[in-house]
Write a protein that binds this ligand. Sequence first.
Ligand code: NAP
Length: 486
Amino acid sequence: MVSRVIPVEPFDLVIFGATGDLANRKILPGLYRRFFAGQIPEGSRIIGAARSELDPEGFRAQVRAAIAEHVGAAKRDADQIAGFLALLDYVAVDAQGEGGWEALKALVRPDRVNAFYFSVAPALFGPLAERLHAHGIATPAARIVVEKPFGRDLATARALNATLAAHFDEHQIYRIDHYLGKETVQNLMAVRFANILFEPLWNAQYIDHVQITVAETVGVGGRGSYYDKSGAMRDMVQNHLMQLLCLIAMEPPYHFDPDAVRDEKLKVIRALQPVRPEDIVRGQYIARGTAETDYVRDAENPASKTESYIALRVHVANWRWQGTPFYLRTGKRLRARTSEIAITFKQPPHSIFDDEEANWRENVLVIRLQPNEGMNLKVMIKEPGPGGMRLVQVPLDMSFAEALGEEGTDIPDAYERLIMDVIRGNQTLFMRGDEVEAAWAWTDPVIAGWEARGDKPKPYDSGSSGPDDALMLMHRDGRRWREIRE
Ligand code: NAP
């Protein structure tokens, strides 16, 4: 299969926070990979901006090192790297000061696609938006890209939306949720809406329940004190898991068009019921060996009540999903690093096979986000061999890497895809302001509830599947979590 890369027109991209962690690990290596793939034409400019007093050569040296560290050897070609570095420039600017802005203005060409990536702390989004305007750098066609976290509750998200809206129209604002840039996540829409097989079964009549798991093996060490102000609900559920839930639960949009898709996602968020206290399990990891530390130590807060793990039983209150629970869980220091969505179908209404031989297992469609992106449909077949009709469950497994050959092993990173969507002006995979606010409107009372009750997170061993209470969340419904494994 031949990989198709559609080049874009030359553009100017300014990365605020170009000396930071995200820029060096994800944004700049991702842009290099797109250049390597032939998608970024010569004549484009990538302009780094931060307070550090670097000259363009110093910035290029930094980016060369970032490529060496974060791009695989197969794509590190001396000529390609030189070509990419030639697109780079750098301006020292302070988001809260006045120096450097005129130099930046001189570099950004108003007759090109302009994009401004705000890879800085959210407190600087407003000052940046203001200055881009005051100095006449942003045109009405310019785009801004903003990173998570988008607020820490409804009030702050609203304030942030209002600040950005003072200077930019909604069609210019690209709120990144990198989960939406993952190949499998988009494939979820392809599977649902480009096949006749699944959609007729995609409802409470045929789907027993849905499990969404995002498990990490790392703890919060390093950014513990920052994380402690947030917790798994704010850091993962309000945005990433919520977006995955939306893509599973939404109605078919009338067209694959940014607002049509986002309208349908918004309806799902609005249909989410308040979560009952008994449907929430929060946890905090504790050390298992001497090499590990407890969450409270990593968070530098011995009295912390912040959760590093959360499991929720959630209901989408509409006709399609009446009676089908969605179980969400995410946590740190778990047994394996894995993200998946598992859709468990109901059993056939009547069995023609003898029960003891049938060995019934439900059909399960598993969508793996990481590792090894792909899908797996578990179906029942006859166990081979003579001697009666015994059934066995087998996976119809599709690893994208295997199914798509070379192209499947070369799936662009979520950031690469999303940045190119910004340049193309396609907002489908970015959250709209009203979506973010609706997500906080659902999240806030859940958090306020456990704060008012003074609930403490349950301890769980590092390297386990989370607190035992989370098992009960499903056991009491007669269901079981899938094993967390790579
Ligand atoms: P970081 O490593 O602390 O980098 C911050 C960047 O902002 C630096 O380049 C810094 O450069 C620049 N900066 C700070 N104050 C500035 C000012 N007044 N004017 C202009 N530039 C200024 O942070 P990060 O981890 O890259 O994160 C950036 C954003 O992405 C944050 O909103 C974060 O929440 C979000 N994010 C990060 C990750 C990640 O994996 N790192 C993941 C998801 C979201 P100077 O000091 O040279 O000015």
